[in-house]
Design a protein around this ligand. Structure first.
Ligand code: C2E
Ligand code: CA
Ligand code: CA
Length: 512
Protein backbone atom coordinates (compact mmCIF):
# COMPACT_ATOMS: atom_id res chain seq x y z
CA UNK A 1 0.00 0.00 0.00
CA UNK A 2 2.78 2.26 1.00
CA UNK A 3 4.39 1.36 -2.28
CA UNK A 4 1.38 2.17 -4.18
CA UNK A 5 1.10 5.49 -2.47
CA UNK A 6 4.65 6.26 -3.40
CA UNK A 7 3.99 5.23 -6.92
CA UNK A 8 0.94 7.34 -7.26
CA UNK A 9 2.69 10.34 -5.85
CA UNK A 10 5.48 9.92 -8.37
CA UNK A 11 2.91 9.77 -11.16
CA UNK A 12 1.24 12.92 -10.01
CA UNK A 13 4.56 14.68 -9.69
CA UNK A 14 5.48 13.73 -13.21
CA UNK A 15 2.15 14.87 -14.49
CA UNK A 16 2.53 18.16 -12.71
CA UNK A 17 6.04 18.42 -14.05
CA UNK A 18 4.86 17.77 -17.54
CA UNK A 19 2.03 20.21 -17.12
CA UNK A 20 4.41 22.82 -15.85
CA UNK A 21 6.70 22.13 -18.75
CA UNK A 22 3.86 22.40 -21.20
CA UNK A 23 2.74 25.59 -19.57
CA UNK A 24 6.25 26.97 -19.79
CA UNK A 25 6.45 25.97 -23.40
CA UNK A 26 3.13 27.63 -24.08
CA UNK A 27 4.29 30.76 -22.28
CA UNK A 28 7.55 30.70 -24.16
CA UNK A 29 5.74 30.22 -27.43
CA UNK A 30 3.47 33.12 -26.63
CA UNK A 31 6.44 35.26 -25.63
CA UNK A 32 8.26 34.27 -28.72
CA UNK A 33 5.28 35.25 -30.77
CA UNK A 34 5.04 38.51 -28.92
CA UNK A 35 8.73 39.18 -29.41
CA UNK A 36 8.40 38.37 -33.06
CA UNK A 37 5.38 40.62 -33.34
CA UNK A 38 7.19 43.33 -31.46
CA UNK A 39 10.21 42.84 -33.63
CA UNK A 40 8.21 43.09 -36.78
CA UNK A 41 6.42 46.09 -35.38
CA UNK A 42 9.78 47.60 -34.50
CA UNK A 43 11.10 46.84 -37.93
CA UNK A 44 8.07 48.41 -39.51
CA UNK A 45 8.37 51.42 -37.31
CA UNK A 46 12.01 51.57 -38.14
CA UNK A 47 11.14 51.52 -41.79
CA UNK A 48 8.51 54.17 -41.26
CA UNK A 49 10.89 56.40 -39.40
CA UNK A 50 13.54 55.90 -42.06
CA UNK A 51 11.02 56.96 -44.63
CA UNK A 52 10.00 59.87 -42.45
CA UNK A 53 13.60 60.86 -42.00
CA UNK A 54 14.09 60.72 -45.73
CA UNK A 55 10.97 62.75 -46.22
CA UNK A 56 12.16 65.28 -43.64
CA UNK A 57 15.56 65.29 -45.24
CA UNK A 58 14.08 65.98 -48.64
CA UNK A 59 11.80 68.64 -47.18
CA UNK A 60 14.78 70.13 -45.44
CA UNK A 61 16.76 70.13 -48.66
CA UNK A 62 14.02 71.76 -50.62
CA UNK A 63 13.52 74.30 -47.82
CA UNK A 64 17.24 74.96 -47.90
CA UNK A 65 17.25 75.52 -51.64
CA UNK A 66 14.18 77.76 -51.33
CA UNK A 67 16.03 79.66 -48.64
CA UNK A 68 19.04 80.01 -50.93
CA UNK A 69 16.77 81.16 -53.71
CA UNK A 70 15.16 83.59 -51.35
CA UNK A 71 18.41 85.03 -50.08
CA UNK A 72 19.59 85.38 -53.70
CA UNK A 73 16.41 87.21 -54.51
CA UNK A 74 16.84 89.33 -51.38
CA UNK A 75 20.36 90.24 -52.41
CA UNK A 76 19.16 91.09 -55.91
CA UNK A 77 16.36 93.15 -54.43
CA UNK A 78 18.82 94.94 -52.20
CA UNK A 79 21.10 95.58 -55.15
CA UNK A 80 18.15 96.91 -57.14
CA UNK A 81 17.15 99.03 -54.19
CA UNK A 82 20.69 100.36 -53.95
CA UNK A 83 20.76 101.03 -57.69
CA UNK A 84 17.42 102.77 -57.48
CA UNK A 85 18.64 104.86 -54.58
CA UNK A 86 21.78 105.68 -56.49
CA UNK A 87 19.72 106.66 -59.51
CA UNK A 88 17.36 108.71 -57.39
CA UNK A 89 20.30 110.49 -55.79
CA UNK A 90 22.49 111.00 -58.86
CA UNK A 91 22.18 113.65 -61.51
CA UNK A 92 21.87 111.77 -64.83
CA UNK A 93 23.89 114.31 -66.81
CA UNK A 94 26.90 115.15 -64.65
CA UNK A 95 26.78 112.10 -62.35
CA UNK A 96 27.06 114.48 -59.41
CA UNK A 97 24.81 114.05 -56.37
CA UNK A 98 21.47 115.71 -57.11
CA UNK A 99 19.16 117.93 -55.06
CA UNK A 100 17.65 114.97 -53.14
CA UNK A 101 21.11 113.70 -52.20
CA UNK A 102 22.29 117.14 -51.16
CA UNK A 103 19.17 117.80 -49.07
CA UNK A 104 19.51 114.47 -47.27
CA UNK A 105 23.19 115.10 -46.66
CA UNK A 106 22.50 118.58 -45.29
CA UNK A 107 19.61 117.27 -43.14
CA UNK A 108 21.97 114.78 -41.51
CA UNK A 109 24.72 117.33 -41.00
CA UNK A 110 22.36 119.86 -39.48
CA UNK A 111 20.94 117.31 -37.04
CA UNK A 112 24.36 116.58 -35.58
CA UNK A 113 25.97 120.00 -35.99
CA UNK A 114 27.74 121.04 -32.81
CA UNK A 115 27.69 124.65 -31.68
CA UNK A 116 31.34 125.34 -32.32
CA UNK A 117 31.18 123.83 -35.82
CA UNK A 118 30.66 125.89 -38.98
CA UNK A 119 29.68 124.75 -42.43
CA UNK A 120 29.66 126.85 -45.58
CA UNK A 121 27.28 126.58 -48.51
CA UNK A 122 27.68 128.12 -51.94
CA UNK A 123 24.88 128.29 -54.47
CA UNK A 124 26.51 128.67 -57.89
CA UNK A 125 24.25 129.66 -60.79
CA UNK A 126 25.48 130.04 -64.37
CA UNK A 127 24.68 133.51 -65.75
CA UNK A 128 22.56 133.69 -68.91
CA UNK A 129 22.56 129.93 -69.31
CA UNK A 130 19.18 130.18 -70.99
CA UNK A 131 20.73 132.18 -73.84
CA UNK A 132 23.19 129.38 -74.58
CA UNK A 133 20.41 126.80 -74.48
CA UNK A 134 18.16 128.91 -76.67
CA UNK A 135 20.74 129.94 -79.23
CA UNK A 136 22.92 126.81 -79.48
CA UNK A 137 20.37 124.16 -78.53
CA UNK A 138 20.04 121.89 -75.52
CA UNK A 139 22.81 119.46 -76.47
CA UNK A 140 25.37 122.26 -76.28
CA UNK A 141 23.76 123.40 -73.04
CA UNK A 142 24.30 119.87 -71.70
CA UNK A 143 27.88 119.88 -72.92
CA UNK A 144 28.51 123.14 -71.11
CA UNK A 145 27.07 121.75 -67.87
CA UNK A 146 29.39 118.74 -68.09
CA UNK A 147 32.40 121.01 -68.76
CA UNK A 148 31.42 123.25 -65.86
CA UNK A 149 31.20 120.17 -63.61
CA UNK A 150 34.74 119.11 -64.57
CA UNK A 151 36.07 122.58 -63.84
CA UNK A 152 34.24 122.89 -60.53
CA UNK A 153 35.66 119.53 -59.45
CA UNK A 154 39.14 120.98 -59.91
CA UNK A 155 38.36 123.65 -57.34
CA UNK A 156 37.09 121.22 -54.68
CA UNK A 157 39.03 120.42 -51.51
CA UNK A 158 38.74 117.35 -49.31
CA UNK A 159 35.98 118.81 -47.11
CA UNK A 160 33.89 119.93 -50.07
CA UNK A 161 30.82 118.22 -51.40
CA UNK A 162 29.64 119.23 -54.89
CA UNK A 163 26.11 118.64 -56.17
CA UNK A 164 23.95 119.80 -59.07
CA UNK A 165 20.64 120.92 -57.65
CA UNK A 166 18.92 122.41 -60.69
CA UNK A 167 19.29 123.11 -64.41
CA UNK A 168 22.24 125.47 -64.20
CA UNK A 169 22.62 125.51 -60.43
CA UNK A 170 25.35 123.84 -58.39
CA UNK A 171 25.96 123.61 -54.66
CA UNK A 172 29.20 123.35 -52.74
CA UNK A 173 28.93 122.30 -49.14
CA UNK A 174 32.03 122.64 -46.97
CA UNK A 175 32.28 121.01 -43.56
CA UNK A 176 34.65 121.80 -40.71
CA UNK A 177 35.22 125.38 -41.69
CA UNK A 178 37.78 126.91 -39.38
CA UNK A 179 37.00 130.46 -40.24
CA UNK A 180 34.36 131.99 -42.49
CA UNK A 181 36.87 134.48 -43.92
CA UNK A 182 38.85 131.66 -45.53
CA UNK A 183 35.80 130.92 -47.62
CA UNK A 184 36.62 133.96 -49.73
CA UNK A 185 39.65 132.02 -51.04
CA UNK A 186 37.45 129.16 -52.16
CA UNK A 187 35.08 131.54 -53.94
CA UNK A 188 38.05 133.04 -55.77
CA UNK A 189 39.22 129.59 -56.76
CA UNK A 190 35.78 128.76 -58.14
CA UNK A 191 35.54 132.04 -60.06
CA UNK A 192 38.99 131.36 -61.48
CA UNK A 193 37.90 128.21 -63.25
CA UNK A 194 35.61 130.42 -65.33
CA UNK A 195 38.37 132.82 -66.33
CA UNK A 196 39.06 131.06 -69.64
CA UNK A 197 36.45 130.33 -72.33
CA UNK A 198 34.44 127.18 -72.95
CA UNK A 199 34.50 125.75 -76.45
CA UNK A 200 31.06 124.83 -77.78
CA UNK A 201 30.45 123.92 -81.41
CA UNK A 202 33.96 125.17 -82.27
CA UNK A 203 33.26 128.63 -80.86
CA UNK A 204 34.54 130.08 -77.63
CA UNK A 205 32.14 131.28 -74.97
CA UNK A 206 32.92 133.08 -71.78
CA UNK A 207 30.71 131.93 -68.95
CA UNK A 208 30.23 133.73 -65.65
CA UNK A 209 28.51 132.62 -62.46
CA UNK A 210 26.59 134.28 -59.65
CA UNK A 211 27.33 132.86 -56.22
CA UNK A 212 25.25 133.04 -53.04
CA UNK A 213 27.04 132.20 -49.79
CA UNK A 214 25.60 131.21 -46.40
CA UNK A 215 27.03 129.73 -43.22
CA UNK A 216 25.44 127.38 -40.69
CA UNK A 217 24.45 127.76 -37.95
CA UNK A 218 24.71 131.57 -38.34
CA UNK A 219 22.45 131.86 -41.40
CA UNK A 220 20.04 129.03 -40.65
CA UNK A 221 19.51 126.40 -37.99
CA UNK A 222 17.63 123.96 -40.21
CA UNK A 223 18.51 122.70 -43.65
CA UNK A 224 15.35 124.27 -45.14
CA UNK A 225 16.21 127.70 -43.75
CA UNK A 226 19.77 127.39 -44.97
CA UNK A 227 18.77 126.34 -48.50
CA UNK A 228 16.28 129.21 -48.70
CA UNK A 229 18.83 131.74 -47.48
CA UNK A 230 21.70 130.69 -49.70
CA UNK A 231 19.22 130.89 -52.58
CA UNK A 232 18.27 134.47 -51.73
CA UNK A 233 21.97 135.37 -51.49
CA UNK A 234 22.43 133.98 -55.02
CA UNK A 235 19.51 136.12 -56.25
CA UNK A 236 21.09 139.19 -54.73
CA UNK A 237 24.33 138.36 -56.56
CA UNK A 238 22.30 138.17 -59.80
CA UNK A 239 20.64 141.47 -59.08
CA UNK A 240 23.98 143.07 -58.37
CA UNK A 241 24.80 142.57 -62.02
CA UNK A 242 25.76 138.86 -62.13
CA UNK A 243 29.34 137.56 -62.29
CA UNK A 244 29.63 138.29 -58.58
CA UNK A 245 28.95 136.78 -55.16
CA UNK A 246 26.86 137.82 -52.17
CA UNK A 247 26.91 136.71 -48.54
CA UNK A 248 23.50 136.09 -47.04
CA UNK A 249 22.06 138.87 -44.93
CA UNK A 250 18.70 138.68 -43.11
CA UNK A 251 17.53 141.85 -44.88
CA UNK A 252 17.60 139.86 -48.15
CA UNK A 253 14.45 137.99 -47.23
CA UNK A 254 12.50 141.20 -46.76
CA UNK A 255 13.68 142.39 -50.18
CA UNK A 256 12.84 139.04 -51.72
CA UNK A 257 9.31 139.16 -50.34
CA UNK A 258 8.92 142.65 -51.77
CA UNK A 259 10.20 141.42 -55.10
CA UNK A 260 7.72 138.55 -55.20
CA UNK A 261 4.92 140.99 -54.37
CA UNK A 262 5.99 143.37 -57.14
CA UNK A 263 6.12 140.50 -59.61
CA UNK A 264 2.57 139.47 -58.84
CA UNK A 265 1.41 143.10 -59.08
CA UNK A 266 3.23 143.45 -62.38
CA UNK A 267 1.26 140.49 -63.70
CA UNK A 268 -2.00 142.29 -63.00
CA UNK A 269 -0.79 145.70 -64.17
CA UNK A 270 -1.33 145.00 -67.88
CA UNK A 271 -5.01 144.11 -67.57
CA UNK A 272 -5.55 146.93 -65.07
CA UNK A 273 -4.04 149.32 -67.64
CA UNK A 274 -1.56 150.75 -65.14
CA UNK A 275 1.23 151.36 -67.66
CA UNK A 276 1.71 154.69 -69.41
CA UNK A 277 4.21 155.91 -71.96
CA UNK A 278 6.18 159.11 -71.53
CA UNK A 279 7.99 160.66 -74.47
CA UNK A 280 11.37 162.35 -74.48
CA UNK A 281 12.26 164.63 -77.36
CA UNK A 282 15.28 164.02 -79.58
CA UNK A 283 16.78 167.18 -81.16
CA UNK A 284 18.69 167.79 -84.33
CA UNK A 285 21.77 169.63 -83.02
CA UNK A 286 22.20 171.70 -86.14
CA UNK A 287 18.61 172.85 -86.74
CA UNK A 288 17.66 172.71 -83.03
CA UNK A 289 14.37 171.07 -84.07
CA UNK A 290 12.59 168.07 -82.61
CA UNK A 291 13.24 165.10 -84.90
CA UNK A 292 11.70 162.40 -82.81
CA UNK A 293 10.76 161.00 -79.41
CA UNK A 294 11.90 158.07 -77.34
CA UNK A 295 9.00 156.23 -75.73
CA UNK A 296 9.79 155.45 -72.07
CA UNK A 297 7.47 153.37 -69.94
CA UNK A 298 6.15 154.31 -66.48
CA UNK A 299 4.06 152.24 -64.11
CA UNK A 300 1.18 154.11 -62.55
CA UNK A 301 1.13 152.01 -59.37
CA UNK A 302 -2.08 152.19 -57.28
CA UNK A 303 -0.20 153.00 -54.04
CA UNK A 304 3.36 153.91 -55.04
CA UNK A 305 2.47 156.41 -57.76
CA UNK A 306 4.62 156.67 -60.89
CA UNK A 307 7.30 153.98 -60.83
CA UNK A 308 10.38 154.29 -63.08
CA UNK A 309 11.33 151.47 -65.47
CA UNK A 310 14.63 150.74 -63.71
CA UNK A 311 12.58 149.41 -60.81
CA UNK A 312 10.46 146.92 -62.74
CA UNK A 313 11.78 146.22 -66.27
CA UNK A 314 14.35 143.73 -64.94
CA UNK A 315 11.58 141.94 -63.03
CA UNK A 316 9.44 141.84 -66.15
CA UNK A 317 12.46 140.50 -68.03
CA UNK A 318 13.08 137.81 -65.42
CA UNK A 319 9.49 136.58 -65.40
CA UNK A 320 8.95 136.87 -69.15
CA UNK A 321 6.23 139.48 -68.57
CA UNK A 322 8.35 141.78 -70.73
CA UNK A 323 6.91 140.04 -73.80
CA UNK A 324 3.29 141.22 -73.28
CA UNK A 325 4.47 144.52 -71.74
CA UNK A 326 6.85 145.14 -74.65
CA UNK A 327 4.06 144.45 -77.15
CA UNK A 328 1.88 146.95 -75.34
CA UNK A 329 4.68 149.55 -75.47
CA UNK A 330 5.27 149.03 -79.19
CA UNK A 331 1.57 149.13 -80.05
CA UNK A 332 0.93 152.25 -77.92
CA UNK A 333 3.99 154.08 -79.28
CA UNK A 334 3.00 153.22 -82.86
CA UNK A 335 -0.59 154.44 -82.32
CA UNK A 336 0.88 157.68 -80.96
CA UNK A 337 3.30 157.98 -83.85
CA UNK A 338 0.45 157.49 -86.31
CA UNK A 339 -1.54 160.25 -84.62
CA UNK A 340 1.36 162.76 -84.52
CA UNK A 341 2.46 161.93 -88.05
CA UNK A 342 -0.81 163.29 -89.46
CA UNK A 343 0.53 166.74 -88.64
CA UNK A 344 4.29 165.98 -88.46
CA UNK A 345 4.99 163.26 -91.07
CA UNK A 346 8.79 163.24 -90.50
CA UNK A 347 8.70 162.70 -86.78
CA UNK A 348 10.40 159.49 -85.55
CA UNK A 349 9.54 157.23 -82.66
CA UNK A 350 12.22 155.29 -80.80
CA UNK A 351 11.13 152.21 -78.83
CA UNK A 352 13.35 150.17 -76.50
CA UNK A 353 13.53 146.40 -76.93
CA UNK A 354 14.75 144.30 -74.02
CA UNK A 355 16.98 141.26 -74.46
CA UNK A 356 14.19 138.77 -74.09
CA UNK A 357 11.96 140.67 -76.49
CA UNK A 358 14.63 140.91 -79.16
CA UNK A 359 15.49 137.22 -78.77
CA UNK A 360 11.83 136.18 -78.98
CA UNK A 361 11.53 134.09 -82.13
CA UNK A 362 8.31 135.93 -83.04
CA UNK A 363 9.81 139.43 -82.79
CA UNK A 364 9.83 140.07 -86.55
CA UNK A 365 6.20 139.01 -86.88
CA UNK A 366 5.18 141.04 -83.80
CA UNK A 367 6.72 144.21 -85.27
CA UNK A 368 5.25 143.56 -88.75
CA UNK A 369 1.77 142.97 -87.26
CA UNK A 370 1.83 146.12 -85.13
CA UNK A 371 3.01 148.24 -88.05
CA UNK A 372 0.16 146.89 -90.15
CA UNK A 373 -2.40 147.28 -87.37
CA UNK A 374 -1.46 150.90 -86.59
CA UNK A 375 -0.68 151.97 -90.15
CA UNK A 376 2.56 153.79 -89.28
CA UNK A 377 5.31 154.39 -91.79
CA UNK A 378 8.01 151.86 -90.77
CA UNK A 379 10.71 154.37 -91.77
CA UNK A 380 9.71 156.49 -88.78
CA UNK A 381 10.14 153.63 -86.34
CA UNK A 382 13.50 153.14 -84.59
CA UNK A 383 14.05 150.13 -82.39
CA UNK A 384 16.72 150.49 -79.69
CA UNK A 385 18.77 147.54 -78.55
CA UNK A 386 21.81 147.74 -76.31
CA UNK A 387 25.25 146.83 -77.50
CA UNK A 388 25.39 143.80 -75.23
CA UNK A 389 22.11 142.42 -76.56
CA UNK A 390 23.29 142.96 -80.13
CA UNK A 391 26.63 141.24 -79.64
CA UNK A 392 25.32 138.31 -77.64
CA UNK A 393 24.56 136.35 -80.81
CA UNK A 394 25.73 138.46 -83.69
CA UNK A 395 24.45 136.22 -86.49
CA UNK A 396 20.94 136.24 -85.04
CA UNK A 397 21.14 140.02 -84.55
CA UNK A 398 22.20 140.65 -88.13
CA UNK A 399 19.49 138.36 -89.56
CA UNK A 400 16.75 139.89 -87.38
CA UNK A 401 17.70 143.48 -88.12
CA UNK A 402 17.92 142.73 -91.84
CA UNK A 403 14.42 141.20 -91.82
CA UNK A 404 13.01 144.38 -90.29
CA UNK A 405 15.07 146.72 -92.44
CA UNK A 406 13.42 145.19 -95.49
CA UNK A 407 10.30 147.17 -94.66
CA UNK A 408 12.24 150.23 -93.51
CA UNK A 409 12.43 149.85 -89.72
CA UNK A 410 15.65 151.37 -88.32
CA UNK A 411 17.76 150.24 -85.41
CA UNK A 412 19.79 152.17 -82.84
CA UNK A 413 22.58 150.83 -80.68
CA UNK A 414 21.69 152.06 -77.18
CA UNK A 415 24.09 152.76 -74.29
CA UNK A 416 27.01 152.68 -76.71
CA UNK A 417 30.41 152.65 -75.05
CA UNK A 418 29.38 150.70 -71.94
CA UNK A 419 29.93 147.27 -73.45
CA UNK A 420 32.66 145.76 -75.58
CA UNK A 421 32.32 148.31 -78.41
CA UNK A 422 34.18 145.96 -80.70
CA UNK A 423 34.98 147.55 -84.06
CA UNK A 424 34.85 144.22 -85.86
CA UNK A 425 31.34 143.55 -84.72
CA UNK A 426 30.15 147.08 -85.13
CA UNK A 427 30.92 147.24 -88.83
CA UNK A 428 28.84 144.13 -89.42
CA UNK A 429 25.74 145.37 -87.59
CA UNK A 430 23.10 146.85 -89.91
CA UNK A 431 22.09 149.60 -87.44
CA UNK A 432 21.46 153.26 -88.37
CA UNK A 433 22.19 155.11 -85.10
CA UNK A 434 24.66 155.01 -82.26
CA UNK A 435 23.46 156.37 -78.93
CA UNK A 436 26.36 157.53 -76.81
CA UNK A 437 25.69 156.47 -73.24
CA UNK A 438 24.87 159.25 -70.81
CA UNK A 439 27.65 158.20 -68.45
CA UNK A 440 30.16 159.88 -70.81
CA UNK A 441 28.12 163.08 -70.81
CA UNK A 442 28.02 163.22 -66.99
CA UNK A 443 31.67 164.17 -66.73
CA UNK A 444 32.47 165.28 -70.23
CA UNK A 445 33.12 168.91 -69.30
CA UNK A 446 35.62 168.00 -66.55
CA UNK A 447 37.19 164.88 -67.95
CA UNK A 448 39.26 165.28 -71.09
CA UNK A 449 39.42 161.54 -71.68
CA UNK A 450 35.62 161.40 -71.86
CA UNK A 451 35.79 164.15 -74.49
CA UNK A 452 38.24 162.03 -76.46
CA UNK A 453 35.98 158.99 -76.17
CA UNK A 454 32.97 160.91 -77.46
CA UNK A 455 34.97 162.34 -80.36
CA UNK A 456 36.31 158.91 -81.23
CA UNK A 457 32.82 157.40 -81.20
CA UNK A 458 31.58 160.17 -83.49
CA UNK A 459 34.47 159.69 -85.94
CA UNK A 460 33.91 155.97 -85.89
CA UNK A 461 30.20 156.40 -86.59
CA UNK A 462 30.95 158.79 -89.48
CA UNK A 463 33.21 156.17 -91.05
CA UNK A 464 30.52 153.54 -90.73
CA UNK A 465 27.81 155.86 -92.09
CA UNK A 466 25.90 155.94 -88.84
CA UNK A 467 24.12 158.83 -87.16
CA UNK A 468 25.16 159.67 -83.61
CA UNK A 469 22.83 160.71 -80.85
CA UNK A 470 24.06 161.78 -77.42
CA UNK A 471 21.88 160.99 -74.39
CA UNK A 472 21.76 162.76 -71.06
CA UNK A 473 22.53 166.25 -72.34
CA UNK A 474 21.82 168.59 -69.44
CA UNK A 475 23.82 171.78 -70.10
CA UNK A 476 24.59 174.27 -72.86
CA UNK A 477 28.31 173.51 -72.45
CA UNK A 478 27.68 169.88 -73.27
CA UNK A 479 25.53 170.86 -76.22
CA UNK A 480 28.24 173.16 -77.52
CA UNK A 481 30.90 170.48 -77.19
CA UNK A 482 28.72 167.94 -79.03
CA UNK A 483 27.99 170.36 -81.86
CA UNK A 484 31.69 171.08 -82.27
CA UNK A 485 32.38 167.37 -82.32
CA UNK A 486 29.90 166.90 -85.18
CA UNK A 487 27.34 164.93 -83.20
CA UNK A 488 24.03 164.71 -85.11
CA UNK A 489 21.36 164.54 -82.45
CA UNK A 490 20.90 165.06 -78.72
CA UNK A 491 18.43 164.00 -76.06
CA UNK A 492 18.36 165.17 -72.47
CA UNK A 493 16.90 167.28 -69.70
CA UNK A 494 18.30 170.39 -71.40
CA UNK A 495 15.52 170.09 -73.96
CA UNK A 496 12.90 168.08 -72.12
CA UNK A 497 12.45 165.35 -69.56
CA UNK A 498 10.28 162.39 -70.61
CA UNK A 499 6.73 163.82 -70.55
CA UNK A 500 3.15 162.58 -71.05
CA UNK A 501 1.72 162.54 -74.57
CA UNK A 502 -0.33 165.76 -74.26
CA UNK A 503 2.69 167.73 -73.12
CA UNK A 504 4.82 166.09 -75.80
CA UNK A 505 2.55 167.27 -78.62
CA UNK A 506 2.63 170.81 -77.17
CA UNK A 507 6.42 170.64 -77.08
CA UNK A 508 6.48 169.38 -80.64
CA UNK A 509 4.24 172.20 -81.89
CA UNK A 510 6.38 174.78 -80.12
CA UNK A 511 9.82 173.51 -81.17
CA UNK A 512 9.16 172.38 -84.70
P1 C2E B 1 17.48 154.23 -71.70
O1 C2E B 1 16.90 153.53 -72.86
O2 C2E B 1 18.93 154.48 -71.70
O3 C2E B 1 16.66 155.56 -71.55
C1 C2E B 1 17.22 156.77 -71.21
C2 C2E B 1 17.05 157.04 -69.77
O4 C2E B 1 17.81 158.19 -69.45
C3 C2E B 1 15.62 157.36 -69.38
O5 C2E B 1 15.39 156.88 -68.09
C4 C2E B 1 15.63 158.88 -69.37
O6 C2E B 1 14.65 159.41 -68.54
C5 C2E B 1 17.01 159.16 -68.83
N1 C2E B 1 17.47 160.46 -69.25
C6 C2E B 1 17.21 161.09 -70.40
N2 C2E B 1 17.82 162.31 -70.42
C7 C2E B 1 18.50 162.42 -69.27
C8 C2E B 1 19.32 163.43 -68.71
O7 C2E B 1 19.56 164.47 -69.29
N3 C2E B 1 19.87 163.21 -67.51
C9 C2E B 1 19.63 162.06 -66.83
N4 C2E B 1 20.20 161.91 -65.66
N5 C2E B 1 18.83 161.06 -67.32
C10 C2E B 1 18.28 161.26 -68.53
P2 C2E B 1 14.12 156.07 -67.74
O8 C2E B 1 12.95 156.59 -68.48
O9 C2E B 1 14.06 155.98 -66.27
O10 C2E B 1 14.44 154.67 -68.37
C11 C2E B 1 15.44 153.89 -67.86
C12 C2E B 1 15.68 152.69 -68.67
O11 C2E B 1 14.58 151.82 -68.64
C13 C2E B 1 15.87 153.01 -70.15
O12 C2E B 1 17.15 153.44 -70.36
C14 C2E B 1 15.55 151.69 -70.77
O13 C2E B 1 16.67 150.85 -70.72
C15 C2E B 1 14.50 151.14 -69.85
N6 C2E B 1 13.19 151.35 -70.46
C16 C2E B 1 12.40 152.44 -70.42
N7 C2E B 1 11.27 152.22 -71.12
C17 C2E B 1 11.37 150.99 -71.62
C18 C2E B 1 10.50 150.18 -72.43
O14 C2E B 1 9.43 150.58 -72.87
N8 C2E B 1 10.94 148.93 -72.75
C19 C2E B 1 12.13 148.47 -72.32
N9 C2E B 1 12.48 147.24 -72.65
N10 C2E B 1 12.95 149.19 -71.55
C20 C2E B 1 12.57 150.44 -71.22
CA1 CA C 1 16.90 153.78 -74.96
CA1 CA D 1 20.43 154.62 -73.22
Amino acid sequence: MGYFVIDRSIGIASLVGIAVLILMLVIYAIRLKNVKHAKSLAEKENQDSKERIMEIESNYNSALSSLNDLSGKYEELNKNKENMKKLAYTDYLTELPNRAAFTEMLDNIMLTLRNEETIGIMDIDIDNFKNINDSLGHSYGDELLIDVTHRLKQAMGENDYLARIGGDEFIVLTQNLQDTTTYEEKIKKIKNVFSYPFVLSTKEYFVTVSIGVAFAPKDGKTSQALIKNVDSAMYVAKENGKNTHAYFDYSFNVKLTEKIETQSELRKAIEREEFVLFYQAQMNLETKQVVGFEALIRWNHPTKGLVNPDEFIYLAEETGLIIPIGKWVLRTACHQLKQWSQEFPDINMAVNLSARQFKDKDIVKIVYDIIEETGVNPKNLELEITESIALDDIEYTIATIQELRKIGVNFSLDDFGTGYSSMNYLKRLPVSNLKIDKSFLNTVMEDRSDQKIIQTIITLARNLDLLVIAEGVESFDQEEFLKESNCDKAQGYLYSKPIPKDMAIQFLKKEK
